[in-house]
Each structure stands twice: as structure tokens, then as C-alpha cells.
Design a protein around this ligand. Structure first.
Ligand code: NAD
Ligand code: LMR
Length: 342
């Protein structure tokens, strides 16, 4: 319910209110990779959010240009773009309460998210170092792929600096739930805004596990297989359609803005804010997965309560078993790389 409320609030009334409302609290939000396909529309949506008082935009190219453009929008928040140097990133991050990181390369057709590891691991590691040094208490939202590995890398960086707080590190998996909800609404002819399908696991292929039964749906046979495949490989649908020009950017910007909005609501005192996200979790630690995505209640200090997977069907259990087996490899790959490449 909370999530549905968030969705409407971000993309309905809040946009209209944005022109007159005063934010309850002053909150600085930073976007690292703000010039990119995700970074630009994400920054735009954050500029429309009255809960954001300061928007700090950093990229290795074009941060100030995007900031100058967005800053003309007549909402109250101040927008600043920072130079791509040590002083720029430091100033960008100082005082930030939320840091969204969509910096990194996207897939091309034929690639898996894991194929991005070699490039994106070091980008995320370096940005995480800056965050650990300049805003150690901020909530860190990792969008850069492969999320299943870049989140563990970020943990290792924060640990090495002695500032790791598991309640404040999030892999953004919101897009999986957005897709799962949209796709079921297309099959069932329902309003997608009223759908909130639970999706657990990680963020790539078989690690994405939609738990349709928990919403009272029971697809059968090929229809169920096709639905699960579409949720697990929705990202590939976009990669193929963009034909070499990148992956999902606009739907991802919406999903990232929704997650940031939920964190801001929780930080500003709203109760019962629930979002799916990939966090350090005890749920499957005994099976080698230190991180797992599930619904999480958010509070003023970040993660408040990690929801268990709950009742699932035998079919869903099969998906979960495969997920755990893939996911633990992705996580340990990130951890081992970070230890070998500090
Ligand atoms: P993009 O290439 O359009 O943009 C990436 C931006 O990052 C560029 O502007 C680039 O200059 C910047 N950048 C690169 N290195 C940087 C650094 N060291 N510091 C700051 N900025 C840096 O890519 P995109 O389409 O925006 O995708 C970005 C990432 O998000 C990809 O890894 C993609 O796979 C991932 N993604 C994740 C999800 C998700 O659900 N979590 C969804 C879509 C895309
Ligand atoms: C997505 O799910 O759209 C993103 O992870 C981007 C991708 O590579 O598919």
C-alpha cells in the first residue's frame, strides 16, 4: 500500500505541488553520473520533488551544463553542477543525505550485466571512496550494473574506511517491481498503479524472482513462464529495442526517483514506507548471499525492517533456488574484486 501511495505521490500531486510547496526538511541529494541517459531524467524528477532542497550534480562530463538547464525550472531547490575533479566531487558530496549513483556504462545487445563488471567495478569503487570520505552517513543508492556485484563492492569500500552502515546501502531494484506490476496489468487488464508485485533476489536474469502468488494471481503453464521470463529479462527487451544505444533510462529514472522519494518520506518521519531493495540481509546469508532484495520498511535511519520472503509456491521456490545459486557468485565476485583492488 505504501508503495502505491509513493508512486501516485511522485508522479501526480507532488509534481503539481512542487511549484508551491515548502519541503518539510532541507535535504541535499547528489547524483553521480548526472549527464547520462539515466542521470538527466533522474535529476529532472528530483528537481520536481519538493522534499529535495539542494540537488548536486556530478559527472566526468557536462555536470554544470545539465545543472544550469535544470536550475531554471521554477521549483525551490537549488541546483549546482560540479567540476569533474577532486574538489568538485568533494564539494558535491559534502552534506549530501542521499547519493544516487547511475555512473557507468550500459549494456549493448548480446551482453549480460556481468559483462559490465570490468568497467563499472572501478567506477563505482572510486565514487564510493569519495562518498565514504565526504558523506559517510548518507544513504547510498547504487544503480550502476551489475548491481548484484557493485553493491558488495561499495560495502567493501565503506568497510575499509571504517564507515560502513548496512542500513544505508541500497541496490536499486525498484525497476523490477515497476515492470512486474506493469506486465501483470497488461495480462489482467488492471490499473498498473494499483499493482505492487513482490520481487525478491537480485537484479539480473534468474536472480530476479517475481512472487506473483503473493498478489493473489495464479498464472499457469506457458503464460506463467512467459511472465516470469519477461520480468527477469525486461532489461534485455529495452537493450534490444535501443539496438546499441544503451539500456533502460527513462523507466529507470522514474524508478530511482520513486526510491529516493520513499527514502525522503521515511527520513522526514512518514511511517510504513515500504520499498523493494537489495540490501545486506540475513535472509539467505546461511546460503552464501550476504545481500538479498526483498521488501524493506524504511525509516529515518534507512533500513528499519527487512521483510521475509513469505509464503511461496513450489514453482516460486524453484526460481528462488536458482536465484540464490547465481546470486552468491555475483556477490562473492564483487567482494573478492574489491579486496584485490582496493
Ligand atoms: P550512460 O552511459 O548514458 O550514462 C552514464 C554516465 O556516467 C555518463 O554520463 C558518464 O559520463 C558517467 N560516468 C562515467 N564514469 C563516471 C565517473 N567516474 N564519475 C561520474 N560519472 C561517470 O548510461 P545509463 O544508461 O545512464 O546507465 C548507467 C548505468 O545504470 C549502467 O551501468 C546501467 O547498466 C545501469 N542501469 C541500472 C538499472 C537498475 O535497475 N539498477 C537500470 C538501468 C540501467
Ligand atoms: C535494466 O534492468 O533495465 C537495467 O539493469 C539495464 C540493463 O542492462 O538491462
Amino acid at each position: 500500500f505504501a508503495t502505491r501511495h509513493v508512486t501516485r505521490s511522485v508522479f501526480g500531486a507532488a509534481q503539481r505541488r512542487a511549484f508551491s510547496a515548502t519541503a518539510a526538511n532541507a535535504t541535499k541529494v547528489a547524483v553521480l553520473g548526472s549527464t547520462g541517459g539515466i542521470g538527466q531524467p533522474l535529476s529532472l524528477l528530483l528537481k520536481l520533488n519538493p522534499r529535495v532542497s539542494e540537488l548536486a550534480l556530478y559527472d566526468i562530463v557536462g555536470g554544470p551544463g545539465v545543472a544550469a538547464d535544470i536550475s531554471h525550472i521554477n521549483t525551490k531547490s537549488n541546483v549546482k553542477g560540479y567540476a569533474p575533479d577532486a574538489a568538485g566531487i568533494k564539494e558535491c558530496l559534502t552534506g549530501a543525505e542521499i547519493v544516487l549513483i547511475p555512473a557507468g556504462v550500459p549494456r549493448k545487445p548480446g551482453m549480460t550485466r556481468d559483462d559490465l563488471f570490468n568497467t563499472n567495478a572501478s567506477i563505482v569503487r572510486d565514487l564510493a571512496k569519495h562518498a565514504a570520505e565526504n558523506c559517510p552517513d548518507a544513504a547510498i543508492l547504487i544503480i550502476s550494473n551489475p548491481v548484484n556485484s557493485t553493491v558488495p563492492i561499495t560495502r567493501e569500500v565503506f568497510k575499509s574506511k571504517g564507515v560502513y552502515n548496512p542500513k544505508k546501502l541500497f541496490g536499486v531494484t525498484t525497476l523490477d517491481v515497476v515492470r512486474a506490476s506493469r506486465f501483470i496489468s497488461q495480462l489482467k487488464n488492471t490499473d498498473p498503479a494499483n499493482e505492487n508485485i513482490v520481487v525478491v533476489g537480485g537484479h539480473s536474469g534468474a536472480t530476479i524472482v517475481p512472487l506473483l502468488s503473493q498478489s493473489g494471481y495464479s498464472l499457469e503453464g506457458k503464460q506463467l513462464d512467459d511472465y516470469v521470463h519477461r520480468v527477469q529479462f525486461g532489461g534485455d527487451e529495452v537493450v534490444q529495442a535501443k539496438d546499441g544505444k544503451g539500456s533502460a533510462t527513462l523507466s529507470m529514472a522514474m524508478a530511482g526517483a520513486r526510491f529516493a522519494e520513499s527514502l525522503l518520506k521515511a527520513a522526514q518521519g512518514q511511517k510504513g514506507v515500504i520499498e523493494p531493495t537489495f540490501v545486506e540481509s540475513d535472509l539467505f546469508k546461511d546460503q552464501g548471499c550476504d545481500f538479498f532484495a526483498s521488501n524493506v520498511t524504511l525509516g529515518p535511519n534507512g533500513v528499519e525492517e527487512i521483510h521475509p520472503v513469505g509464503k511461496i509456491t513450489e514453482f516460486e521456490q524453484g526460481l528462488l533456488d536458482k536465484c540464490v545459486s547465481d546470486l552468491k557468485g555475483n556477490i562473492s565476485k564483487g567482494v573478492e574484486w574489491a579486496k584485490a583492488n582496493p
